[in-house]
Structures are given as C-alpha cells and as structure tokens.
Write a protein that binds this ligand. Structure first.
Ligand SMILES: C[S@@+](CC[C@H](N)C(=O)[O-])C[C@H]1O[C@@H](n2cnc3c(N)ncnc32)[C@H](O)[C@@H]1O
Length: 190
C-alpha cells in the first residue's frame, strides 16, 4: 500500500467539505437501522470509512462497527472525535480492495463515496458478497451532489477549462463514474 494518499492531505478539512451534519447523520443511522431490521447484535463494516461521518452514530449507539481505510490521517480524525476507541469499534489501516475478513463476517456492509477508489470494483463487490452474511445487507451511496455544490463545481469547471490538463482529468473522472454500474453488476449476479 502507498505510504500516503490524497486523503492524507485533506483529512483535517474533509468534514468541512461534506454536507452530512451530525443531526442528518443521526437520521441516516435511524434509516439504516430500520432498513436492515437491526438488532443489538447486528455488525457493520464500512470500507473507506474515512473520518467516520456515516458510522459514528452507530458506534455511539453501541453497535459493532469495523472500518477500514487507506488513509491513516483520515482514521486519526475519526479517533479524535471519540474520547477513547470504544470496544465496539475496530479501525484498520489498510487497502479495502482486499477485505481481510473471513467469509460471512458482517450483517451490513456500507460503502459511501468510495467505490471508485478501489483497484477493481467488480472484485471488490465479490469480496463484499463474500464477507457479508447470506441474509445481510449491502448499502452503497455514490455520486450524490447537492445543488449548492453543483453550482460551485460549475464555476470551478469554467476556471479549470482554461487549463487543458485539468479539463482532461475531469473528463476522465466522468468516464470512470459512468463505467461503475454497481446495480447492474449485482443484478447480473442475481
Ligand atoms: C470520499 S472519502 C469517503 C469517506 C466516508 N465513506 C464518507 O462518506 O465520509 C473516500 C475514503 O476512502 C478511502 N479510500 C480510498 N481508497 C481506498 C482503498 N483502496 N482502501 C481503503 N480506503 C480507501 C480514502 O482514504 C477516504 O477516506
């Protein structure tokens, strides 16, 4: 694994770039718990857990949560939000492209804005299928951009378009995004 990645450089300001406030995160947690018919024994895994925005409410409510992330600095930010690492939280610094867990280890696997970062998203989904209990849930969230950010990105793209290289980069990101068809892949696998 690379010694540092892009997220190491932005870890300190990452939360400020998100729109998931604490109260929204609590509501999302309520939704996830209802959707997955969670019991106190339900276990969660979030590959690419980052600073913990999505799972902190679950940790605080006592659920067993495992997070894996390639950025040590993002994990440091996560830990700083908790007085001490609680026993129900397991944070691993590593590459989620290879999930280092036995088969059927988790009841719920959650990926949020990270699937484009793994080395092979199809292998990654196969791995998620492997570590997930047969009756478990896989929840994926990606490419959701609120209107205010879209507006900002519009201005940003206008500026970037003056610079040939930057424009090429943004086009290739769009191409990558459209190639990742999570739903289609999972449906094809039944
Ligand atoms: C956009 S952030 C999302 C963080 C979090 N899921 C959220 O919604 O706030 C992407 C995260 O994935 C992590 N990441 C990127 N590639 C990874 C990989 N191959 N294995 C593990 N984590 C990875 C990054 O370090 C970063 O923390």
């Amino acid at each position: 694994m690379k010694k540092s990645n892009y997220y190491d450089y932005i870890a300190q300001i990452y939360d400020q770039t998100r729109w998931l406030t604490e109260s929204v995160a609590e509501e999302v947690a309520d939704f996830i718990l209802e959707l997955t018919c969670a019991t106190p024994e339900t276990s969660f895994l979030e590959p690419g857990v980052g600073t913990g925005l999505n799972v902190i409410p679950l940790v605080k409510r006592g659920y067993s949560v495992t997070g894996i992330d390639a950025s040590q600095k993002m994990l440091d930010q996560f830990r700083q939000k908790l007085n001490a690492t609680p026993v129900n939280l397991n944070l691993i610094h590593g590459d989620a492209s290879q999930l280092p867990f036995p088969d059927n280890s988790f009841d719920v696997v959650l990926t949020v804005h990270m699937i484009h970062t793994v080395s092979d998203w199809r292998v990654f989904l196969d791995n998620i299928d492997r570590v997930l209990n047969p009756r478990g849930f896989y929840l994926n969230c990606q490419w959701i951009t609120p209107p205010a950010r879209r507006e900002f990105e519009g201005y940003f793209q206008d500026i970037l378009s003056k610079y040939k290289i930057a424009k090429q980069e943004s086009q290739s990101i769009d191409t990558v995004i459209h190639k990742i068809d999570v739903e289609g892949y999972l449906q094809a696998k039944g």
